[in-house]
Design a protein around this ligand. Structure first.
Ligand code: NAP
Ligand code: SF4
Length: 682
């Protein structure tokens, strides 16, 4: 019997049956926006259908031009577009899958000068003030939803999903904070519900009974002046009456101050509001957000909290997720670590999405791991993210790979990252690679510092150097003082530091170290209730929007976060998760200082000069700290490569990847991508 009987049980919708309870949630990949990308889009979905997903939802398509997310972005409004959508639906159906098209009207979130909304109120996250829709234009918009659904049906889709959450047009109509209309679409909640209900009725009329209509309902808005649970349930019941087949869950608006999908959000944190809705309706309800592994998904279904689970990013990370779960190969799942670095960060920069742990995502037709015709002996030196990715892909293709690691464990920089509270998911990637080493018979040699001569003597055909990075040690008086530690020592040896600490360097690692040092006790990621308190979430949503006062646990020590630049600290952090890191350190009252000149370190502490952007000295300070943690960037460790390169008569292929190649851009996304691309060509 399967380990996940509830998750893998078919779901009978009356006129059609889904083969399991796994929904691949909507995710804008960037491939939807241009007709010439539809072959790639079709293969991206087909691969997930082959991987066993019960039902796929496409990225959002606007029902009309005014509803576009980006100028000339994805839209389905004309018969001329049906042909390209047929490529997608036929590939998915041939692969044994089912697929629905998501209809998304961005409303005031449209990044276009021609966006529209219930009222002319600008969103805090887009630069364009929307035009208020006239009553006539609202009715016209409803017909456009109907037209879009009909076109989806003609294109061969199994249904549509109406995007009614995350702060897009429908949510804007539902909530008084964005709806100040005085016609039949504004005022009372009954009036504000009119738009989604009319949309569903219109779609049902257009498509008939045997067509899936999913409504993505905002279960908890997480913004002020928004719906409470009672209103959410009323809407859910009305939507059921209007003809919805399945209710999916949306959590929080994009402008919410509460994180809902980043890695520090506890797994399945937001399932309870969906469970309340499920108890009040007779149609299937889908739970979503931070569900990334089968155990969590199975628990949600078996406990009766939802009928299905929705996951989007986990299918970028691993297209075979469902098959692996079904075949008892859970430990082979390449887990989404919720970093957002290659998916949402890309989407918000109008770049094609991919995945940090799986660079093939959305590049299925371009990055191919084809079996080799000539098995080679490949040495990979260094088992950090780059080395692990390279070794895995090369071995998967049929090469004989030996992986050397000087430390006693694999993981490199990911091992340090996993020590940071809220970054425990990084351990899943290390677990995945451990399993891949076993599955692909990679010869792992731990505690092995391999010399150039040894590699040459061993007669490898290809040598890949992925020896990583070492912390940069700034050149300044007192840098050898006993107060000074590197971030690698701090995290690697789990050092106990004093009551006041200065962090030199405010890049990604400086912020990580700030979170590590400002926290005590178990990580909040392991404790939903404590996490809700810290972020001020009323998960019962008795108040409007589900917000409560934040109850922040004090930092156990005084922290200073420093950088030489005068720009605001944390500006260079990732687009969609950087704001969370900045908010956490602000909550913990970390003193952030820019424009710092480092003078010396002595028994009194860290002596600094603070200047403004014109170079004028504002202040000389001595930070009376017990410790100073160096987070001043990295330098490449590439001596081995230079030695091997210096040998001109070598008859092996020599390659340098990851931080060892370019520490300035040390980042796991780049390291894994380039290492995988290299391994695909060996
Ligand atoms: P980084 O982002 O390049 O930051 C290095 C910091 O050190 C900067 O604040 C820099 O600012 C300072 N610095 C550079 N040279 C210095 C010197 N000689 N003396 C004193 N300070 C110096 O590097 P990182 O923090 O080590 O992170 C490395 C990479 O890891 C990043 O590129 C990122 O991709 C990834 N990462 C990201 C996250 C995240 O986004 N949450 C977390 C961890 C790691 P000043 O020059 O202004 O002083
Ligand atoms: Fe998940 Fe990160 Fe991959 Fe996005 S880039 S799918 S968040 S692992």
């Amino acid at each position: 019997m399967s380990q996940y009987p509830h998750l893998l049980e078919p779901l009978d919708l009356g006129f059609t049956t889904l083969k399991n309870r796994v929904l691949m949630g909507s995710m804008h990949t960037g491939l939807e926006d241009r007709p010439w990308h539809f072959n790639q889009l079709a293969e991206y979905f087909a691969e997930r259908a082959r991987g066993g997903v019960g039902l796929i939802i496409t990225g959002g398509f606007a029902p009309n031009r005014r509803g576009e997310l980006l100028p000339l972005g994805s839209r389905l409004s004309s018969l001329l577009q049906v042909g390209m959508h047929k490529k997608v639906t036929s590939r998915v159906h041939d692969a044994g899958g089912k697929i629905c098209l998501q209809i998304l009207h961005a409303g005031r979130y449209g990044y276009t000068p021609y966006n529209v909304a219930p009222s002319a109120i600008k969103s805090p996250i887009t630069p364009f003030k929307p035009k208020a829709l006239s009553t006539k234009a609202v009715y016209k918009t409803i017909t456009h939803y109907g037209r879009c659904a009909k076109l989806a049906q003609k294109s061969g889709y199994d249904g549509v999903e109406v995007m009614g959450s995350e702060g897009y047009l429908i949510t804007q109509f539902l909530n008084a904070r964005t709806n100040q209309r005085d016609d039949e679409f504004g005022g009372t909640y009954e009036n504000r519900m009119r738009l989604p209900l009319e949309i569903v009725r219109t779609i049902r009329k257009e498509v008939g009974e045997n067509f899936i209509i999913i409504f993505r309902l905002s279960m908890i808005d997480l913004v002020e002046g928004a719906s409470n649970m009672e209103e959410v349930i009323t809407l859910a019941q009305e939507l059921e009456k209007a003809g919805v087949t399945i209710l999916n869950s949306g959590i929080g608006w994009h402008e919410a101050r509460v994180p809902t999908i980043v890695t520090s959000v506890p797994r399945a944190a937001f399932v309870d509001p969906s469970a309340r809705v499920k108890a009040a309706v007779n149609i299937p309800v889908v739970a979503s957000n931070r569900i990334n592994m089968p155990d969590t998904a199975e628990e949600i279904i078996s406990s009766g909290k939802a009928d299905m689970v929705s996951m989007a990013r986990p299918f970028l990370a691993d297209s075979e997720w469902v098959n692996k779960a079904a075949q008892g190969r859970t430990d082979e799942i390449n887990t989404c670590i919720a970093c957002n670095q290659a998916c949402l960060d890309h989407t918000f920069q109008a770049k094609r999405a991919s995945c940090l742990v799986n660079p093939r995502a959305c590049h299925e037709t371009e990055l191919l791991y084809t079996p080799t015709h000539k098995a080679k002996r490949v040495a990979v030196v260094g088992a950090g993210p780059a080395g692990l990715a390279c070794a895995t892909v090369a071995a998967q293709r049929g090469h004989n790979v030996t992986l050397f690691e000087a430390r006693d464990s694999i993981g490199g920089q990911f091992t340090f990252a996993s020590k940071v509270p809220g970054k425990e998911e990084f351990l899943e990637t290390i677990r995945y690679y451990k399993k891949m080493i076993e599955v692909h018979n990679i010869d792992l040699k731990l505690n092995t510092w391999v010399a150039a001569q040894d590699l040459k003597d061993a007669g490898f055909d290809e040598i890949v150097v992925s020896t990583g990075v070492a912390p940069r040690i700034p050149n300044m008086p007192g840098i050898d003082h006993e107060k000074v530690v590197s971030y690698q020592e701090l995290l690697g040896k789990e050092l106990k530091l004093g009551k006041s600490v200065a962090i030199m360097g405010a890049g990604g690692i400086g912020f990580d170290v700030g979170e590590y040092l400002s926290h005590q006790g178990p990580s909040l990621t392991e404790n939903k209730e404590a996490w809700f308190k810290e972020w001020g979430v009323d998960i019962d949503n008795k108040t409007s929007g589900g917000l409560a006062a934040m109850e922040i646990e004090n930092s156990p020590r005084k922290l200073y976060l420093l950088q030489r630049k005068t720009s605001s600290l944390g500006r260079g952090l990732n687009k969609t998760s950087g704001w969370v890191h900045r908010a956490v350190l602000k909550m913990k009252q970390v003193e952030m200082i820019g424009g710092v000149g480092y003078n010396k370190i002595d028994d009194d502490g860290l002596h600094i000069t603070i200047s403004n952007q014109d170079g004028d000295v504002l202040e000389e300070r001595v930070l009376d700290v017990d410790h100073i943690v160096l987070c001043a960037g990295q330098i490449s460790v590439s001596e081995l490569y230079k030695e091997l390169q210096g040998n001109h008569d070598h008859n092996f292929g020599l390659h340098l990847v990851g931080g060892a190649e370019f520490a300035g851009e040390l980042d796991a996304k780049r390291a894994i991508k380039l290492a995988s691309e290299l391994a695909a060509t060996l």
